[in-house]
Design a protein around this ligand. Structure first.
Ligand code: NAP
Length: 549
């Protein structure tokens, strides 16, 4: 590493080879990968430790909704053998233990500066370096900057007047306190019934004096049927990790999950019913995998939605509450499908009250609680599970300035753009992991992170071999990629719900599906081809004299 004084650009900068922003799954793997390549690296992380969303989201009931076996790193056979998962769907403490185990085992923390938020990243065109500053006064420079900032790292408060006036305890799911929180004897309110809200509600419902659930849009949720993993099962998995990973890489979602080639209307109504009943009993995401066309055929989708609505009626005793819990008006699976353990049972407790904000809207938050059109609900505690400025929020939250003063904020004003989810025209050597124009939230984020970091390393090796220092996609390649993304988005029902997937949850945000919905296998193929075809979609620059000075 060189320490060069670049005082002509402001504060003296520390010179590095690679700067990595974020220390979730993607950032940690990037730190490991580039350290092993012998490069001078520095990671920055706003949180106090590794873990990303799993560091912040310590709310009661937080749990992964993919099998833990899949939701883990594949790059280290040693770690696969040394770590033993306890539950099929691990809870947040087990996930954080795993992440910390990996950080310790690979000695990653010494490369990451915690409690540090990156405030700007500016491309210095003359010197072909990214200049990165932080809220702790750091100034670093490196030819390569990797934004491992994740699709869900900017939590979003609801746009409800009066939030600041609430005098009780205000808790945010995405910034949950590190100390235990007691709900006993308290009147607790929760706003938000997405994946996060559902997990919190089922966990704390029985613990609260009273729980008031302020629901605007109901979510579809299906039984998780979580279980402890037996030693025999774990041993079997450890023997077969290689083939499990292979299967995940060759699946549409980057994980081992049931899939089918059977179209919904190719079987009789009686067979459909029996297949759906089986899937419901098995739990997990079996429902989605029962038929091949549930995200393509609106009529098939509605049949499955109606099946789940029927289950809600069976589980929730009060018919009016059951009715209010039934999602309508958007396709099932178009919002992130939730998996629960006891969500619907929670509403059978006499102390849990559903407030249907579609018919009785929230007017304001007051000193004492939440005022609905029908009157005020007094609360001791209010929990916000109101989601994130997803996909683009993290990179639009600070100054990322590319060639000629071009900012990510300008480029993404009308929606995310990029090539392969990995790079953007005008931003040389700025690499994204799980970027908003790749599969992002639609595939296993760990498989995608590993894939993306490996792709970046290969691209860097290509530049090294050819004596090149900077690469970026051509505007034409980016246009072609965005056209592919848009054409796929047209076909899928995922576009048809108002969710964070399409930016609909943030006021004033440009809306549209920019994630690649063609599946993980196809995505990998596009990325592989881009490299194997000699990076013809990219322009490269040779080293300039100043950069090596
Ligand atoms: P979300 O799905 O965006 O849900 C936010 C909830 O807040 C929605 O119910 C929304 O209602 C409600 N809300 C927002 N503003 C409101 C307002 N002004 N008034 C009333 N309600 C309001 O966010 P999330 O639940 O945090 O989930 C985000 C993503 O995180 C998930 O899709 C998933 O990818 C991930 N996640 C995964 C897990 C897991 O692995 N198990 C767990 C948690 C989260 P409307 O829909 O009406 O706007």
């Amino acid at each position: 590493m060189n320490d060069s004084n670049t005082a002509h650009l402001g504060a003296p900068a520390r010179r590095l080879d690679v700067i990595i922003v974020g220390a979730g799954f993607g950032g940690m793997y990037a730190v490991y990968k580039f350290r092993e390549l012998g490069l001078a690296i520095q990671g920055f992380e706003a949180g106090g430790n590794v873990g990303g969303v799993w560091y912040w989201n310590r709310y009661p009931g937080a749990r992964v909704d993919l099998p833990s076996i899949d939701y883990s790193y594949a790059f280290s056979p040693e770690i696969e053998q040394e770590w033993t998962w306890k539950e099929q769907f691990a809870a947040q403490p087990e996930l954080l233990d795993y992440i910390n185990f990996v950080a310790d085992r690979l000695d990653l923390r010494k490369h990451i500066q915690f409690n540090t938020r990156v405030t700007s990243a500016v491309w210095d065109e003359a010197r072909q370096l990214w200049r990165v500053t932080t809220d702790q006064g750091d100034v670093c420079e490196a030819p390569i900057c990797i934004m491992a900032t994740g699709p869900l790292s900017i939590p979003k408060d609801p746009e409800i007047p009066g939030l600041a006036s609430f005098k009780g305890d205000l808790l945010r799911a995405a910034k949950w306190p590190h100390q235990p929180v007691s709900f006993a004897g308290k009147r607790v309110g929760i706003i938000g019934t997405g994946s996060t809200g559902i997990q919190i509600i089922q966990e704390i419902g029985p613990q609260c004096g009273e729980l008031f659930v302020f629901q605007r849009t109901p979510s579809f949720t299906m039984p998780m049927r979580n279980e402890e993993l037996t030693p025999d099962y774990v041993a079997e998995v450890k023997r077969n990790y290689k083939s499990i990973r292979e299967a995940a890489l060759n699946s549409a979602v980057g994980g081992v999950r049931p899939t089918s080639t059977r179209g919904f209307f190719t079987v009789t109504p009686r067979q459909r019913q029996s297949l759906l009943e089986d899937a419901w009993k098995q739990g997990g995401l079996n429902m989605l995998g029962t038929f091949s066309d549930l995200l393509l055929n609106e009529e098939a989708n509605e049949h499955v939605a109606e099946f789940v609505r029927g289950k809600i009626s069976e589980m929730v005793k009060d018919p009016a509450t059951a009715e209010a819990l039934k999602p309508r008006g958007y396709p099932i699976f178009a919002r992130r499908p939730c998996l629960d353990n006891t969500y619907y049972d929670t509403f059978n407790l006499p102390t849990v009250h559903l407030k249907n904000c579609l018919v009785d809207p929230i007017l304001e938050i007051t000193e004492r609680g939440v005022r609905l059109e029908s009157g005020e609900v007094e609360l001791d505690m209010l929990i916000l599970a109101t989601g994130y400025d997803g996909l683009t929020g993290a990179l639009m939250a600070f100054d990322v300035v590319g060639r000629g003063g071009l900012t990510v904020n300008e480029v993404w004003k009308s929606g995310a753009r990029g090539h392969l989810g990995l790079m953007m025209a005008g931003f040389p050597n700025l690499f994204l992991t799980t970027g908003p124009t790749g599969p992002a939230a639609l595939a296993n984020i760990i498989r995608t992170s590993e894939h993306d970091v490996d792709w970046i390393a290969t691209a860097m090796a290509h530049m090294d071999a050819k004596g090149l220092t900077a690469m970026e996609p051509t505007p034409a390649a980016e246009d072609r990629w965005m056209a592919i993304v848009a054409a796929l988005a047209e076909r899928t029902l995922v576009s048809k719900a108002k969710t964070w997937y399409v930016g609909a949850n943030v006021e004033g945000k440009s809306q549209g599906l920019t994630m690649f919905t063609g599946g993980f296998v196809k995505y990998r193929e596009y990325c592989r081809t881009a490299a194997e075809a000699g990076y013809t979609d990219f322009t490269f620059e040779p080293a300039r004299e100043m950069a090596t000075a």
